[in-house]
Every structure is written in structure tokens, then in C-alpha cells.
Design a protein around this ligand. Structure first.
Ligand code: SAM
Length: 269
């Protein structure tokens, strides 16, 4: 399949926009929070509604420069409305395959984006080009094949989840990209590659447990519409998956761990 299928399937809407808004630099891009310093220039690729990007701008301060880009103009508009007044921060509608920056940033980062692309290596090359010599590329992403629920959710959700992974891989997306990033970095000439596990775990005792574990009910309701359109699931199947999963969250769920790695390296070429 060509890039347009992945682009079409990656388009984000519905309750998943609220999931993006609930993220922050410190809770959702921890490795970046550790390496950011004042006055840096940073490019955040696939910034969505800009919640993490705003946190980056607050750390680098008014003498730094932060640019958030996303190919979804609706999300960029929301980002501008919510965070556009932050000093040193701008948002632009751009495609990752067409970045057009050359050696401008101390750090080029993206979180939860390459897993939505059919040509992540090309995207990585564009990110490298945007990085200064001696600057750093930092990518955080999932391996969706290593998700762990405790106990197992209802079979309707497990069926939805396997249809979801197939819908993604048929569009050329790599469901296990977290574990392939360090190879991709090395093949692209990036040096000093390091990996920091950044798994997203939520347990019943956490105050935001219900919201966080419900990401898969929100995914069933919003991605379900697209998967039905593409012939991967029926409306009845995704509606039942959402309903039974929400009941399971209230009654039985104990924990969810989403496997994520933050992989970084330095541009020397
Ligand atoms: C799951 S969201 C992650 C948003 C944010 N980085 C975060 O961690 O919350 C993935 C984002 O990548 C964007 N995206 C997908 N394909 C893209 C492309 N080809 N170019 C630029 N952005 C893209 C989507 O519009 C979406 O906002």
C-alpha cells in the first residue's frame, strides 16, 4: 500500500483528541524532560494538539525556540488556540516526509508518531536532516505487540485489538516499531545510540486509572468507525468491544502496561 493509506488511517479524531490533551512533557515524554535545558532549539514532530510541545517551550524559555509540526490542520489550529501565546513556541502544518529544515535544531523529537507511518525510515532521515551537527534525535514509541492487561480484558476487546493491529499492519505500519528504532538509528548513521524504557503503566490505585486504561474503549469508538469503513470490523463488534471493556474497567481491571522505548542518538554526519 502507498503512503496515502497510512496517512488516511493515522488521522485522529473523537475522544482520542482528549487523550492527547491529557499528556504533558513530564508524564508522557520523560526522557526528553531529562535532557532538555534552557535556550535550546527543539522541533517536535507530530505534535498533535501541542500539550507536550508547550511543556518543552516552558523549559527552554523565551530565549529558546520550539516548533511543533503536524500534518493535521485541525490539530494545529487547536494547538495554536490552546498554547500559541507561549513565548518562543510556534506551530506549523507540515508533513513529516516534507520537513524542509536543515541543521537547525539542538533536539528533534517525536513521540507516538512513527508507529503511524508506512515509511518510518524516510521520516527518520528527514528528522536527522533537521538536526544540528552534534544535536540529538529522540524518538519515543510503542511496541503494540507487547501490551499487557491484568487480568485479560473481554474477548470482544481482544478481537477488536487484533483487528486493529491487522488494520494497521496492512497499511504498512510497524506495530513493533519501538524494538526496531535502535537498528534504524544505526542504519541511518546516528551515533551514541541509547535506549531508555519508558513503559506506560497504570494500576487500579492510581487516581487517573479509569481515564488511562479507558484509552482502548476510546480507541474502539473512534478507530472502530474507520476500521468499519475499511472492512475490518462491523459496527456491532466495535460497539460491543467498547461497552464490555468499559464494564470490565469498572469491575475487574487491575492494570495496563503499554510497552514504550525512548531511543536517542547524536548526529555526526
Ligand atoms: C498519537 S498522536 C501523538 C501526538 C503527540 N506527539 C503525543 O505524544 O501526544 C500522532 C500524531 O502524529 C501525526 N501524524 C501522523 N502522520 C503524520 C505525518 N505524515 N506528518 C506529520 N504528522 C503526522 C498525527 O496527526 C497525530 O497528531
Amino acid at each position: 500500500m502507498d503512503k496515502s493509506t497510512a496517512r488516511n488511517r493515522a488521522e485522529l479524531s473523537g475522544k482520542l483528541t482528549n487523550v492527547l490533551n491529557s499528556r504533558s512533557l513530564t508524564n508522557s515524554h520523560k526522557r526528553l524532560a531529562d535532557i532538555l535545558t534552557k535556550d535550546m532549539t527543539v522541533l517536535d514532530v507530530g505534535c498533535g494538539t501541542g500539550a507536550i510541545t508547550r511543556g518543552i517551550a516552558e523549559v527552554v524559555g523565551p530565549n529558546g525556540r520550539v516548533v511543533g509540526i503536524d500534518n493535521n490542520p485541525t490539530l494545529i489550529e487547536k494547538a495554536r488556540q490552546a498554547h500559541g501565546e507561549t513565548p518562543g513556541l510556534t506551530f506549523e502544518t507540515r508533513d513529516i516526509y516534507n520537513l524542509a529544515y536543515d541543521g537547525q535544531f539542538d533536539i528533534v523529537t517525536c513521540a507516538r508518531v512513527l508507529i503511524w507511518l508506512s515509511d518510518p525510515l524516510k521520516a527518520l532521515k528527514m528528522m536527522i536532516r533537521a538536526t544540528k551537527m552534534g544535536g540529538r534525535i529522540l524518538i519515543a514509541d510503542y511496541n503494540h505487540e507487547k501490551i499487557a492487561w491484568e487480568p485479560q480484558p473481554p474477548s470482544s476487546m481482544l478481537s477488536f485489538y487484533s483487528a486493529y493491529l491487522k488494520w494497521r499492519s496492512d497499511a504498512g505500519m510497524d506495530n513493533a516499531i519501538a524494538d526496531h528504532l535502535s537498528d534504524m538509528f544505526q542504519r541511518s548513521g546516528i551515533e551514541e545510540v541509547t535506549i531508555t524504557p519508558q513503559h506506560e503503566a497504570t494500576k487500579r490505585a492510581d487516581p487517573d486509572f479509569q481515564t488511562r486504561i479507558s484509552i482502548w474503549a476510546d480507541t474502539a469508538s473512534s478507530r472502530g468507525i474507520q476500521m468499519k469503513r475499511d472492512g475490518y470490523i462491523t459496527e456491532k463488534e466495535y460497539v460491543i468491544a467498547e461497552k464490555e471493556y468499559r464494564e470490565w474497567v469498572i469491575q475487574d481491571a487491575q492494570s495496563l502496561t503499554m510497552y514504550m522505548l525512548a531511543v536517542e542518538g547524536v548526529r555526526h554526519l
